[in-house]
Design a protein around this ligand. Structure first.
Ligand SMILES: [Zn+2]
Length: 83
């Protein structure tokens, strides 16, 4: 079902497509197309679900505040993708 997508990021960019499909697993084991800005679609939707479930907005705001006041950076795992 993803065969119509470009196979590489470069190809996708040349075609002006937002997604491409390499046919390879991402580092989290998803066989899923990727966005040209560098994220696997399955990872993205999982991140979104997790963010909603595990870290409610109020807590995230509190964490941000704390991180800002202590000068530390926010937990990179929450922000950083794998690609
Ligand atoms: Zn993934």
């Amino acid at each position: 079902m993803y065969e119509d997508l470009p196979r590489t990021k470069r190809e996708a960019q040349q075609l002006g497509a937002k997604r491409y499909f390499t046919g390879r697993l991402c580092c989290h084991g998803h066989l899923s197309p990727r966005y040209t800005y560098g994220a696997c679609i399955a990872c993205k939707s999982e991140q979104r679900k997790k963010a909603r479930k595990i870290v409610p907005l109020a807590i995230r705001k509190a964490l941000l505040k704390e991180a800002n006041s202590s000068g530390a950076s926010i937990a990179p795992a929450l922000v950083k993708g794998c690609h």
